[in-house]
Design a protein around this ligand. Structure first.
Ligand code: Z5A
Length: 207
């Protein structure tokens, strides 16, 4: 059965995903695509409630396994309610973070074994994987500097630089291991420079 393309946008703290996603949305709209723009954790009312719990800085005693399972609980709902129906309707889905973030944050950041994450990935997603993943990459210190200009930090943003170094390392390792599926975007420089690098990938995708 034909289906739309599933594109995910990833990167560590403050790399400029939100800024870039607005550009990506605009690119697809101008090109006449009817895209579904969504995010993780979240994307549906129930998954957004799980997101609130996950990001709540007051949840200081959350066990790593609880965090992992909540990520996949939110994902299961998101897939069933939004992503899979959209792809089956031949629409393109652009998602701000997906399972690569689980490998990077819960795997790299928290130290959960990637084989355990892979079991949940297979269970919740079956064979579904993104068709293309853009990894925005920036030295961690630079990302933290950019992110530091924002409001009160959430539960993840309170982590230290070393945590985000591990997150970045996993993203790069995964992207380099499967170059057909990933594009690493240099997220340094001005917003215009980053957008022009993203445009090159989007031109390739829509060609
Ligand atoms: N998480 C997880 O642990 N496991 C999972 O499976 C999933 C998620 C799915 C919520 O993610 C958290 O969930 C996330 C990982 C975890 N925690 N963290 N960290 P989120 O994606 O919703 O929120 P976020 O990760 O906190 O966003 P972000 O990465 O911190 O920010 P961003 O979207 O990449 O950056 P931005 O808001 O676009 O830009 C940051 C600032 O820099 C802003 O002021 C911009 O104006 C500025 N900016 C952007 N581009 C530039 C350039 N080129 N030059 C200068 N300044 C710039």
């Amino acid at each position: 059965m034909s289906r739309g393309k599933f594109i995910t946008i990833e990167g560590a703290e403050g790399v400029g995903k939100t800024t870039s996603i607005a550009f990506i949305e605009d690119y697809f709209k101008k090109a006449g695509y009817d895209i579904v723009l969504t995010r993780e954790p979240g994307g549906t009312p129930m998954a957004e409630s799980i997101r609130e719990l996950l990001l709540d800085a007051r949840q200081t005693s959350m066990a790593d396994d609880t965090e992992l399972l909540l990520m996949f609980a939110a994902r299961a709902q998101h897939l069933r309610e939004k992503i899979v129906p959209a792809l089956q309707a031949d629409r393109w889905v652009v998602c701000d973070r997906f399972t690569d973030a689980t490998y990077a944050y819960q795997g790299g950041g928290r130290g959960i074994d990637k084989d355990r994450i892979a079991i949940l990935e297979d269970w919740v997603q079956g064979e579904l994987r993104p068709d293309m993943t853009l990894v925005l990459d920036l030295p961690v210190a630079e990302g933290l500097k950019r992110a530091g200009q924002r409001s009160a930090p959430d539960r993840f943003e309170q982590e230290k630089q070393q945590f985000f170094e591990r997150v970045r390392a996993v993203y790069l390792e995964r992207a380099r291991a499967t170059p057909q599926r990933y594009r690493i975007i240099d997220a340094s420089g001005t917003i215009n420079e980053v957008q022009s690098r993203i445009k090159t990938v989007l031109d390739e995708l829509t060609a």
